[in-house]
Design a protein around this ligand. Structure first.
Ligand code: 3Y8
Ligand code: NAP
Length: 252
């Protein structure tokens, strides 16, 4: 079977891998969920939209003769990662994840860890504060349960309808972000506390450094459970993994 990679994208590392693969002339398809209006252009053919669950992904793998799947999605894209795990098991397709380590608090940091979005909402049962909600768009409505706060929202696309939070400010920006810009943002909006996911990686870590510089507390949402699969830390490690798993005829 000829080599044809499916890269499940949406992160800085996925884009770096796509560039490495394109430079080496390896056939690959880059996949986005279709979450944002203008996703970053990639140097390999790109598809947008869901596959239709694990079954749909298994069908896509067979129909497009995918030889390897690299799950380079964000650590909070747990459903996609589980679907990739099940579809690759079912079709006998080699799978690896391109991941990045979770951020670790440093001495002096003031982090409160919570397991998920709902626990973060519950932890905000406090008197009114000015909160940087650096979580994107998909989970904003949950914070309406704590309407007393003023929320500063950072969104990739301008919202179509007004978010259901009585006191909020919207900033439209797509990372990777810079520490100096996040320091300025937190000062401009007199932020008291940051709420974020433990995404890891460089593209989203500016807010961690900015909070450290300003001595601001962070409400840190820990990562969801992800499947047990081989993991690579860099695009070069993925290339080494590819060489160790030459494309073979599909497992029966
Ligand atoms: C559509 C595709 C690249 C990839 C860039 C990384 C870095 C910048 C930081 C903050 C946190 C957040 C959010 C964030 C970051 C990178 C990376 C990363 C966080 C794009 C992209 C897509 C998305 C989807 C989007 C989510 C949202 C989450 C904004 C491209 C820009 C908050 C995650 O409006 C929506 O529906 C947005 C949805 C999933 C989380 C949410 O719940 O809203 N990412 N982000 C992908 C697809 O369609 O498949 O345009 O590049 C990618 C990137 N976002 O190559 O440069 O590697 O993590 N993305 C979080 O970490 O909490 C922003 O504001 O400080
Ligand atoms: P998710 O909750 O794990 O996935 C929900 C569904 O979206 C999946 O079952 C799948 O639909 C579809 N999907 C997700 N990622 C896809 C991809 N790369 N290509 C094709 N379909 C995909 O995913 P999510 O958290 O919404 O993340 C969506 C995208 O945004 C991913 O590319 C992810 O890397 C990126 N992203 C997410 C975050 C975050 O905070 N969650 C942060 C940065 C970037 P079907 O079941 O129909 O196949």
């Amino acid at each position: 079977m000829a080599q044809h990679l499916l890269i499940l994208g949406g992160t800085t590392e996925a884009s770096a891998l796509a560039q490495t693969v394109a430079d080496q002339g390896i056939r690959a398809t880059f996949s986005y969920a279709g979450r944002v209006a203008n996703p970053r252009q990639q140097p390999v053919p790109t598809r947008n939209g869901g596959f239709g669950g694990a079954e749909g992904l298994a069908r896509y793998i067979r129909d497009h003769n995918i030889s390897h799947v690299i799950d380079a999605t964000h650590p909070f894209a747990a459903q996609m990662s589980w679907n990739a795990f099940h579809a690759c098991t079912e079709t006998g397709t080699p799978l690896t994840a391109l991941t990045r380590p979770a951020w670790q608090a440093e001495p002096g940091d003031n982090w409160q860890h919570v397991p998920d979005i709902d626990a973060a909402v519950a932890a905000l049962n406090t008197p009114a504060e000015r909160i940087m909600l650096a979580l994107g768009r998909m989970h904003l409505e949950a914070f309406a349960a704590q309407p007393q706060h003023h929320y500063v929202l950072r969104l990739v696309d301008a919202p179509i309808e007004t978010p259901g939070l009585p006191h909020h400010t919207v900033t439209v920006a797509r990372g990777p972000f810079k520490t100096a810009d996040d320091i300025a943002l937190f000062k401009t909006h007199a932020i008291d506390r940051i709420v974020c996911k433990n995404a890891g990686g460089r593209g989203a870590e500016a807010k961690i450094h900015a909070a450290r510089a300003l001595g601001l507390p962070i409400l840190m949402i820990d990562r969801p459970n992800l499947p047990q699969r081989t993991e690579c830390a860099t695009p070069d490690a993925v290339m080494t993994w590819l060489n160790a798993h030459p494309a073979t005829d599909r497992g029966v």
